[in-house]
Write a protein that binds this ligand. Structure first.
Ligand code: NAP
Length: 252
């Protein structure tokens, strides 16, 4: 029987890992998605969708499906599932690795202002109306209801339902990666004065920051949540190395 790997996904890295592992063919891989995206991209390995029911549910899943290794390749801001994975893996005695993209770091010409959370971002926007690009997910967007004076441009993969509660919203749907040219056009067309985003890392959503730099626009950067204390790597190749080593140690 081939060893079973559970891959927690929802990111480009998880899809790349699934492709590489599928090509290797020496593991049974299950990719797990939260089910937030209406039409997720096709994946080269079996996919399960939806929550496990907290850390206990994930622990039970690991035991029931005889998982030999757990790879948490979720988004750096998906804090709950990563904390659950740490707890469940420890209790089930399953080796766990977290693959997290390195955060972006500001460069010369960037005007990034760190904010702890959405409430702090609303405060930092100030009282005077501004034209704001919210490059955030639907969970965060609702929090801007406390700052209704601004005009918001909101981009999401799927339409946001229920619609954002602010009175002045332009909502667009698009799936990255986005080019610098596309982002520059978007910022200019909507006369954006400030961007609010997460420090997601990676390349797919980085171009907006280059466009902001070129225009001298401020960026309110939501800070990353503290990660759980588990082994971590920052790229797919290192994750594959860890996996080979972990499975060898377990004699599988
Ligand atoms: P979260 O707050 O950490 O997780 C909320 C709950 O969703 C978890 O407790 C878990 O439910 C379920 N869940 C999350 N990821 C899952 C997965 N890969 N497979 C099965 N269940 C999962 O997560 P989130 O921030 O809502 O993100 C949800 C998904 O979107 C993640 O897979 C993440 O990689 C992806 N994503 C997130 C962001 C972001 O900015 N947060 C951006 C891009 C992609 P149970 O407790 O019931 O198990």
């Amino acid at each position: 029987m081939r060893p079973h790997l559970l891959l927690l996904g929802g990111t480009t890295e998880a899809r790349l890992l699934a492709e590489r592992l599928s090509a290797r063919g020496d593991l049974d891989v299950t990719l797990s998605l939260a089910g937030r995206t209406q039409s997720p991209l096709a994946m080269p390995v079996p996919v399960r969708v939806g929550g496990f029911g907290g850390a206990e549910g994930l622990e039970a899943w690991l035991r029931e499906h005889r998982v030999a290794a757990l790879l948490d390749a979720t988004h750096p801001y998906a804090a709950r599932i990563s904390a659950n994975a740490a707890l469940a893996a420890r209790r089930a005695g399953v080796p766990l690795l977290c693959l997290a993209r390195p955060a972006w770091v500001p460069e010369r010409g960037d005007d990034w202002r760190p904010v702890a959370d959405v409430a702090a971002a609303c405060e930092a926007l100030g009282t005077a109306p501004r034209r704001v690009f919210l490059a955030l997910g639907r969970q965060e967007v609702a929090g801007f209801a406390t700052a209704p004076q601004h005009r918001y441009l909101i981009r999401s993969v799927d339409p946001i339902t229920p619609p954002p509660p602010m009175p002045h919203v332009t909502a667009i749907t698009a799936r990255g990666p986005f080019t610098l040219e596309e982002e520059a056009l978007l910022l200019d067309a909507h006369r954006i004065e400030v961007i609010v985003c997460k420090n997601s890392g990676g390349t797919a959503s980085h171009a907006k920051l280059l466009a902001a730099r070129a225009r001298g626009l401020p960026v309110l950067m939501l800070q990353r949540p503290a990660p759980p204390d588990v082994p971590r790597v920052t790229n797919v190749a290192a994750a594959l190395d860890w996996l080979s080593h972990a499975l060898k140690l377990r004699g599988v």
